[in-house]
Design a protein around this ligand. Structure first.
Ligand code: FES
Length: 626
């Protein structure tokens, strides 16, 4: 069977395969955040003609069904099909690097003062051919040359010995060695014939519970070549880390979870490599950051004890591993550096984030918060670091929100509601004229703050029908139409709002608990660094207004974006920063919030907008009384 796309492209569809599987096999990736279970509604296609059995019609409106929409994961062709893929269904791969982002990364690296020293290096040797008078072995010849160039110690793993004689002679005694510095010695990780010093690339990976992000970096100058991201396809086994641990242990599916994240990384890398014509051979190393559970699942380690008191991971630090051992599609000998974790619920992504925010180098007291799936917080300075995790849930990354999506093209990232007319103005990520297809975390925060200020929701987050004609009865109860779209309205329903209010309450409770535990107040905090998958722009005032962030002067906040992958970038390029990351992980203490009474009380107080104790939000109080 054959599937023809309206672009003219034709792909084969094996018998019994869904449209989603067939597209995937052809290298066309759709957003499939439930992993093909038919529950997320993100993989829509339009069947223009041809016979197909559609096993699920949930997540589709009557209007969509009438226009031929179908879920690709639940659509099984029984003959040739002609389909159209709506833009919003395409897996978002950021095909062009925002120049500013690349410059910011380099500037950050330079600002640390750490010399650029990538995880791996390449050396080209022109060896003198042996003669009857110079008859030392190939290996000794190679070592003699390296030591003459100043190398003090060299380890040659046995796996390189069988091919050495051939490789060394292939291009007239010119060879390129790739090396990594480990345990005070250089270790060979690849031997190539001839001059292969450039191009060479490294890959920085952030494995989030909800999303996987891959950076391709030019190791010769630190330039970011491209970025790709996708939903973590482990989502089909559950939205949060606990359900995935249960799945890995009680259902013996550790291998499947491991394979899911590996295929995400491999797919993203394939797309980026293809877009930039980068050979597999030019990729020299990987640095991976993820929370403790994601790190375990990526490495295939048993995560079962992470979820049971006293919450113990298999390991918090990980020996260097190699692509071939892990199943990464690259030269099997290239190294994979995995960020150290702190505890079961404060992982390598947070160590990486602290590295990117540099709070461990500053005297002033700072808060670092990563608002991803869990909401991890670190408070401290150059003397000490304390951390905790508050389970905020993945709603700000779009998961569990009817029209939620990540902060990519087509996401509503800003919402304004006119105080008098109640007209809604939106800001959408993408070029001018980009049609909105969903709402991302910063858009949700804006929308809740604006709805609260205009009285469309009350302090408990309940929608008030009599205030706005945009409030209507939806399939899950009352909902607010943020944007009336042609392909379907973008709404925030009451369960979405409840979800967001619970998440913001957990985050604020996390801040106040940790500060109380270490004997400080919000007034002692000089800087608040915010990381997470929001859009280019998180409106701090709105986040304060809904009671997610403390009511501090705006200039004390700084939004840093995805710091996990930024820290991975820094470690990929600097040995000094890798050492600092390891030091950060060693010195950070961890507070367990799930057994804290302070946290429980603070959380319950935070289930109002902005907070039960309005006096802790004096500026919001002023606005409310206007
Ligand atoms: Fe198809 Fe989720 S509904 S992938």
């Amino acid at each position: 069977m054959e599937i023809t796309l309206t672009t003219g492209k034709k792909i084969a569809c094996p018998s019994g395969a869904s449209v989603l599987e067939a597209l995937k096999q052809a290298g066309i990736y759709l957003t499939s955040s439930c992993g093909g279970k038919g529950t997320c509604g993100k993989c829509k296609v339009i069947v223009k003609s041809g016979p197909a059995e559609s096993l699920s019609k949930i997540k589709l409106s009557k209007e969509e069904l009438g226009r031929g929409y179908a879920l690709a994961c639940k659509t099984f062709p029984s003959g040739d099909l002609l389909i159209d893929i709506p833009k919003e269904s395409m897996l978002t791969v950021e095909g062009k690097v925002v120049t500013g982002k690349a410059k910011d990364l380099l500037a950050l690296l330079h600002s640390t003062g750490a010399p650029m020293r990538p995880l791996t290096g390449r050396v080209v040797l022109n060896l003198p051919p042996p003669t009857i008078d110079d008859n030392i072995s190939d290996l000794e010849r190679l070592k003699r040359e390296l030591f003459a160039q100043g190398m003090a110690c060299l380890r040659v793993p046995f796996r390189f010995m069988p091919g050495l004689a051939k490789t060394i002679r292939k291009e007239n005694w010119e060879i390129t060695l790739c090396t990594i510095h480990t345990e005070d010695c250089e270790e060979i990780i690849c031997i190539k014939s001839g001059y292969k010093k450039i191009p060479r690339y490294g890959v920085a990976v952030d494995i989030g519970t909800t999303t996987v992000v891959v950076f391709l970096i030019d190791l010769t100058n630190g330039n970011l070549i491209d970025v790709a991201s996708t939903y973590n396809s482990q989502i089909r086994f559950g939205d949060d880390v606990i359900t995935r641990i249960v799945h890995a242990t009680e259902h013996n599916k550790l291998r499947e979870l491991n394979a899911a994240v590996l295929s995400d990384i491999n797919n993203l890398l394939t797309i980026i490599r293809r877009n930039h014509h980068v050979d597999m051979d030019s990729i020299d190393c990987f640095v991976v950051a993820g929370n403790t559970t994601m790190t375990h699942l990526f490495l295939g380690l048993d995560p079962s004890a992470i979820r049971e008191e006293p919450y113990i991971p298999t390991a918090n630090t990980f020996p260097l591993s190699y692509a071939g051992e892990l199943g990464i599609k690259a030269d099997p000998n290239i190294p994979v550096y995995v960020f150290p974790c702190v505890a079961s619920y404060v992982g390598g992504d947070i160590v990486s984030g602290v590295l990117a925010a540099q709070i461990y180098r500053k005297h002033e007291l700072s808060i670092f918060i990563d608002i991803g799936t869990n909401g991890e917080i670190v408070i401290g300075n150059s003397e000490w670091l304390a951390s905790a995790a508050c389970s905020a849930g993945p709603c700000f990354e779009g998961s569990g929100i009817k029209c939620g999506m990540r902060a990519t093209d087509g996401a509503i990232e800003g919402v304004k509601i006119n105080r008098e007319t109640l007209e809604v103005e939106i800001k959408v990520i993408g070029d001018d004229g980009t049609v909105p297809v969903g709402i991302c975390g910063s858009g949700m925060i804006d929308a809740i703050a604006e709805m609260f200020l205009t009285g469309i929701i009350d302090q408990k987050g309940k929608l008030q029908r009599e205030i706005s004609n945009r409030v209507r009865e939806g399939e899950n109860g009352p909902e607010f139409v943020v944007y009336p779209g042609i392909g379907g309205d973008i709404v925030l329903a009451e369960p979405d709002i409840e979800n967001i209010v619970r998440a913001k309450a957990a985050i604020y409770a996390g801040f106040s608990t940790i500060l109380k535990e270490v004997g400080f107040t919000f007034n002692d905090v000089q800087k608040v660094y915010i990381a997470g998958g929001f859009g280019r722009f998180l409106d701090i005032e709105k986040a304060i207004m809904i009671g997610m962030l403390p009511d501090l002067p705006k200039e004390r906040f700084e939004y840093l974006g995805n710091t996990s992958v930024t820290g991975a970038y820094l470690c990929l390029l600097s040995r000094k920063l890798r050492e600092e990351a390891e030091e950060v992980a060693r010195k950070m203490t961890y507070l367990e919030l799930s057994v804290s009474h302070i946290f429980m009380n603070e959380y319950i107080s935070g289930l109002f907008i902005p907070h039960t104790n309005i006096d802790s939000f004096p500026n919001v109080k002023k606005l409310m009384n206007k």
